[in-house]
Every structure is written in structure tokens, then in C-alpha cells.
Write a protein that binds this ligand. Structure first.
Ligand SMILES: NC(=O)c1ccc[n+]([C@@H]2O[C@H](COP(=O)([O-])OP(=O)(O)OC[C@H]3O[C@@H](n4cnc5c(N)ncnc54)[C@H](OP(=O)(O)O)[C@@H]3O)[C@@H](O)[C@H]2O)c1
Length: 258
């Protein structure tokens, strides 16, 4: 069994959940290149390596595609069943009720487009797991950024017009064995409940005992280069898809590790 992107936040959680797997970092295999010799044909590939810099992809869409689409094609070419992780950013956010697997994707950003093409590149022997707003104890994420800023400042400005389901990587990794019992296909696996980034920031400060205020701003005020969906809550319409705990339970579990 093989894990790509092992030093990322989801890769780190999967490496813990599947200690028998061979965990590869970018130094072991740059997935935009064909696999290095010696990987053989694993029994299963958990492919988490990805270009995750959503704003950076706007400046270099080809670079993002090389990692996300090319990397997924290379992972699929190993010939093993594949778990490919995808994103809520394949949707345009115009719905106001949770997105299910049969909803039509329409990505707003270069990152979202690269991940949608990556889903196709995963091939037919793949579980494509769409998840959202990941956070964990490793790598870059919103929770770790807020803990740092909350300790430095009295107030932070946070976007309040994007609603999603922040998902703890430990909960996602724990439910993966249940997913592997299901047929290949696309699955939505994200935390229960939903919130805006501003609401998440408030919860982080409450749980961490920080007295930092949250000033709610719009995406337009924030002015990020990449457009994000205003609403990207994911739910599964497929029987047997694992259900994850509420995002606030995930937040507490993550804070316990930090
Ligand atoms: N983060 C989110 O909010 C979110 C939401 C939905 C879906 N997802 C998807 O979930 C998966 C895991 O995301 P994550 O949050 O764990 O991301 P992450 O923490 O940014 O980790 C991504 C990992 O991929 C590695 N990587 C980047 N380019 C590579 C390359 N060319 N070759 C090999 N490795 C490379 C990175 O290595 P370095 O450490 O060397 O940079 C990093 O370890 C991705 O498919 C992502 O698209 C993420």
C-alpha cells in the first residue's frame, strides 16, 4: 500500500491510520513526473499529493494541472486501485442546500478545474473522495493560521460569505476503511454541519481560550485572486458512505493534537 503526499496534512493522518503503508513525500516522488523505479504494483494507492495553493493556481494553471491532473494520472498508472482526493471547489456554490454526488460540477477557479480533470484522470478503478476545508496537525491550514494570529492580534478579519464543512483529517482517515468496502466511484465525505470561515474562526478562539475578535468581511473585501464557491457543503446521496462527526468535534480533536 502506498501513500503520496505523506508530509501534507491528510497524508500525515493517513500515514498514522495505515502504518503498514509506504509513505512517500515529494522528495521520494514528484508526482508530476512518472513514478520512480521500484514502486512495483501496490495493492492500493492513497493519493493525497496535490497542488493545494488555490490562489497560486490562478497564476500558474499549467503548473497546478501538471501536479493535480498529471500526478493523478501517474498514480493511476501504477495499476492499483486508487483513492483520489478531490474538493468541494469543483462546484460553483450557487446551490443553497448540500451538494450531492449527482450535482453538476462547475469549478470557478483554476485549482477547481485541475481537480475536476484529476477526477477523470483517476480512471475507473478509483474511489474519488470529495472533501472540504481540511484541517489537521501538520502543514498549512486555517486552524493553525488562526491560532497563530489569535495569539498575536486583538482582531482578525475573516470572510463570512463562504459556507462549507470544515473537515478534520483524522476523522476522514479513520473512515477510509469503510469507504473501501463500497464500489468505485465518486463520494462526498465531509464533516457534519457547516459554517462560514468567520464562524470557524470564532469557534477556534472559543475552544482555544483566545480573546481575539473576529471582524466579518466579504470575499470581495478580502480580494483573493481565486474565486471560491459561496456555498460548498457536501453530503452523500449514496448508501453506505461514511458519515463524519460534526466539524466542531473535529476542531476539538485537532486542538488536542496541537
Ligand atoms: N486543504 C483543503 O482544504 C482541501 C479541501 C478539499 C480537498 N483537498 C484535497 O485533499 C488532498 C490533500 O490535501 P491536504 O490539505 O493534505 O494538502 P497539503 O497539506 O497541502 O499537502 C499536499 C502535499 O502534496 C505534496 N505535493 C505538492 N506537489 C507535489 C508534487 N509535485 N509531487 C509530490 N508531492 C507534492 C506537498 O508536498 P510539500 O510538503 O513538499 O509541498 C504536500 O505534502 C488534496 O488532493 C487536496 O486537493 C484539500
Amino acid at each position: 500500500m502506498l501513500i503520496t503526499g505523506a508530509s501534507g496534512q491528510l497524508g500525515a493522518a493517513l500515514t498514522e491510520a495505515f502504518p503498514e503503508a509506504r509513505a512517500l513525500t515529494r522528495a521520494d516522488w514528484d508526482v508530476s513526473e512518472t513514478p520512480p523505479p521500484g514502486l512495483g504494483t501496490p495493492a492500493l494507492v492513497l493519493h493525497t499529493a496535490a497542488w493545494t495553493d488555490v490562489d497560486g493556481a490562478e497564476d500558474d494553471p499549467q503548473g497546478a494541472a501538471a501536479v493535480n491532473v498529471g500526478g493523478t494520472a501517474h498514480a493511476a498508472a501504477l495499476g492499483a486501485p486508487l483513492v483520489a482526493f478531490s474538493t468541494d471547489y469543483v462546484f460553483d456554490g450557487r446551490k443553497r442546500e448540500p451538494y450531492v454526488e449527482s450535482d453538476a460540477p462547475n469549478p470557478l477557479s483554476a485549482y477547481g478545474r485541475s481537480k475536476l480533470h484529476a477526477e477523470a484522470a483517476a480512471g475507473e478503478r478509483a474511489w474519488v473522495v470529495r472533501t472540504s476545508a481540511l484541517f489537521g496537525w501538520r502543514s498549512h491550514n486555517f486552524v493553525r493560521t488562526m491560532l497563530r494570529l489569535g495569539a498575536e492580534r486583538d482582531e482578525v478579519s475573516v470572510v463570512a460569505d463562504q459556507r462549507t464543512s470544515p473537515t478534520f483529517v483524522g476523522h476522514l482517515a479513520a473512515e477510509l476503511p469503510q469507504l473501501l468496502e463500497l464500489p468505485f466511484g465518486v463520494y462526498h465525505v465531509a464533516a457534519d454541519g457547516d459554517c462560514t470561515w468567520a464562524e470557524l474562526a470564532v469557534a477556534i478562539f472559543e475552544e482555544a481560550g483566545l480573546s481575539c475578535r473576529v471582524r466579518e468581511i466579504s470575499s470581495a473585501e478580502w480580494g483573493a485572486p481565486a474565486e471560491r464557491p459561496a456555498y460548498s457543503v457536501l453530503r452523500s446521496e449514496k448508501p453506505g458512505t461514511p458519515r463524519l462527526p460534526h466539524w466542531r468535534v473535529g476542531l476539538r480533536a485537532c486542538l488536542d493534537r496541537l
